[in-house]
Write a protein that binds this ligand. Sequence first.
Ligand code: A3P
Length: 328
Amino acid sequence: MSIAIGLEDDAEYKKICENHKHLIETLPKCNGWRTLHLHNYNGYWLSTKILKSNLLIHAYFKSQPTDIFLASFMKSGTTWLKALVFSTLNRDRYTFSNHHLHNHSPHSIIPVIDAESYHITDFTNLSAPRLFSTHYPLPLLPACMSCAKLVYVCRDPKDVLVSKWLFMSKLRSKDLPPLSFDEAFELFCVGASEYGPFWEHVLSYWRASLENPDKILFLKYEEMKKEPEMVVRKLAAFLGKAVTVEEEEKGVVREIVKLCSFENLSNLEVNKTGVEKFGKVLDVEKRDFFRKGVIGDWKNYLSDEMKERIDGITDEKFKGSGLTFTTV
Ligand code: A3P
């Protein structure tokens, strides 16, 4: 899919990395959920490797106008969005009875720029439109990406918190003591989690989508669960491949929704076994991307007081923005 450029021996690359190392040493730190520390870079908390990747993206990544980026805060429905966008865009290429997604996981077909060693990886051989995903907040993306199209998915922060804590606990370094849910809750509320603060992350894309609706499509996980067919039509139109009357008659939208459903994807062998490699940053058991896939599982983890606190922060941060979550 991509080939190595081999920058690691390049003198300029080494100098750039050295400068990044010095910069990172000067940044404020907090406890990480998976790693020992996160660094605060321009208002956002990132692990050391993810921050180094971000700095290198600015130095090396060249976006093309036909690129499509799928952006999200972690655990907001990225895996699902990858499957939906891939199958919507490529609906002429595969039949639903013998689909590429039957034996390729959503993460293996759409690279995440945050973790790929893109600085040593050549993505120029990918055919247009190139699909990438990212968890970086909009202010941390390089300006060259502004010509590309972007789909953002957000989710109720209470469900994000629970999903993220369970996921990160599995990935947490065995050298560190476990992170309790109470600790994770406190950190989340003050914004201190990978890619956080959650609210600023969401707002960065929300505001940009209002300013530039042709370039940024803003979706909600809850809306995708309730009206998946409507979301597929929206995605198709946004990506410049609106669903035709003939396709509607053939039930193509329904097939895409079925193919990408939690029930279908989570039961495919390709998503149940093996490890997903995210560059040199992380290995994740594929099955860990599929847990429950429901709205409102937070009720099994948050006390009334915790719910009130998070909802209060959400109301306060989103006040006047026009963005709301239908909480259940
Ligand atoms: P839960 O942990 O609440 O079940 P991401 O893909 O951004 O890492 O998000 C993972 C969350 O999306 C998990 O939520 C996972 O179960 C859910 N998910 C994965 N695939 C899904 C699908 N096809 N439909 C709905 N939810 C899905």
